[in-house]
Design a binder for this molecule. Structure first.
Ligand SMILES: [Zn+2]
Length: 121
């Protein structure tokens, strides 16, 4: 009796970890190129394929949910892939790079608020 192959059920965190692992095992770290946003909260990236030189996969990243959708074979089955992992790594790096500036801006704002309150306005 033939058994139908079931798609593996992933938790969001396990999916993310596996995609990042696949990215580390590939040579795709730092390769995603931002192609802008589609106006519906989805950022579009292209990532080179590992096997066909000059070809790219399109990975859509939804910032609100932190999820990705890749057009490669694994991605079309909802499985983690190195392309999605490369985009997740790029987004994580960008977030880390932005954090100190965002933290400094918040500190400046709080300092200004405290100063304003001391003026007894
Ligand atoms: Zn992919």
């Amino acid at each position: 009796m033939a058994t139908k192959r079931q798609a593996r059920q992933w938790t969001a965190e396990a999916w993310r970890v596996r995609a990042l692992e696949l990215c580390e095992q590939s040579t795709l770290l730092h390769t995603p190129r931002s192609r802008g946003a589609d106006g519906q909260g989805i950022e579009v990236y292209t990532v080179p394929t590992r096997t066909r030189q000059g070809h790219e996969h399109v990975v859509r990243y939804q910032a609100a949910t932190g999820t990705t959708q890749c057009d490669c074979v694994a991605g079309s089955y909802g499985a983690p892939c190195c392309h999605a992992g490369a985009v997740l790594a790029a987004v994580a790096q960008r977030t880390q790079a932005c954090s100190p500036a965002a933290a400094a801006a918040t500190r400046d704002y709080q300092t200004w608020c405290a100063w304003f309150e001391r003026q007894g306005a």
